[in-house]
Design a protein around this ligand. Sequence first.
Ligand code: KG4
Ligand code: ZN
Length: 336
Amino acid sequence: MTRILGIETSCDETGVALVEDGRIVAARVATQEIHSRWGGVVPELASRLHLRTLTRMTIEIMRSSDWSFVSLDGVAATRGPGLIGALLVGSSFAKGLASALGIPYKGVNHLEGHLWASEAEGNPIPLPALALLVSGGHTELVRIDGIGDYHYLGGTLDDAAGEAFDKVGGLLGIAYPAGALLSDLANKGDEHRFRLPVAKAKSELDFSFSGLKTAAMRVIESLDIVKRNEWAPDFAASFQKAVIDQLLNRLTIALKRREYASLVLSGGVAANSMLRKKTERLATEFQIPVRIPSVEFCTDNGAMIAWIGNQYLEKDGGDSLTLPADPNLQLTGSVS
Ligand code: KG4
Ligand code: ZN
């Protein structure tokens, strides 16, 4: 029996989870609400809140599962990418715990956690897979050939998809992070009322959202703020359609190569109900199995970190305690 504690603190979610023999047995996430006041994540506040929350959450999840610390076989924590202060809180805590217990520490790439979230939940991903990772910080198209074996196909040249949702949501007066509320609003609106551009990038598998953001800003400026309740749902729907059309356009181009055994959608924006529906429809069209994590495992969580950490611990053993957190960590080492 192998018992792993996983810790996620790369941004504004504190996540802890327990994985036993590769199966998630418990997972908890605390979202830092404080950032909504500032319109985005304030790094120093994020670090302080992780510091305040992490020890308590770890003790609580261990107690609730009747696990003792001495029964742990390893501790995995996100080591990047993310906010350096926030990463340091989680990874230093994990290293300290591993060192005190005399068990291995594993530093995990947050993006890999997202990629494998479906499999972590118990839905194995047929390989090779075409994966679209869409979160607040990343928008990447990746071919997955195995754990640690990734091929970069394309990515955003400017903003990430989630960032675009958050910024345009902010223009509509929705507090950060705006993605989920903007999408609720969008689901009540007419997506054809406003015409917003679907960007083309130089490479057919790259993405760009900054032009859409500027166009959205111009449209909002031209509208009557007093009547916002009347036009906001239609605007949100039109904006959401423009984002999703771009994502689906790249997926379609990649799928036409017919190289893949499955299609994976992951990251916080994969919680979007319209994107989920349209991705599933696309997969049906291409007659390819699709893997989308349940909503709670799309956004940041400790379970995906514990699961992938466990895979690497079994494969390679633990990392040196001198392995640093890396705010700019990529899927490389593994990306070709
Ligand atoms: O993966 P994640 O939790 O954190 C990062 O690693 O960035 O993704 C958070 C992002 C935020 O930008 C949030 O607005 C977006 O995911 N998001 C959504 C939805 N739920 C979360 N975007 C669109 N529709 C949603 N339902
Ligand atoms: Zn994430």
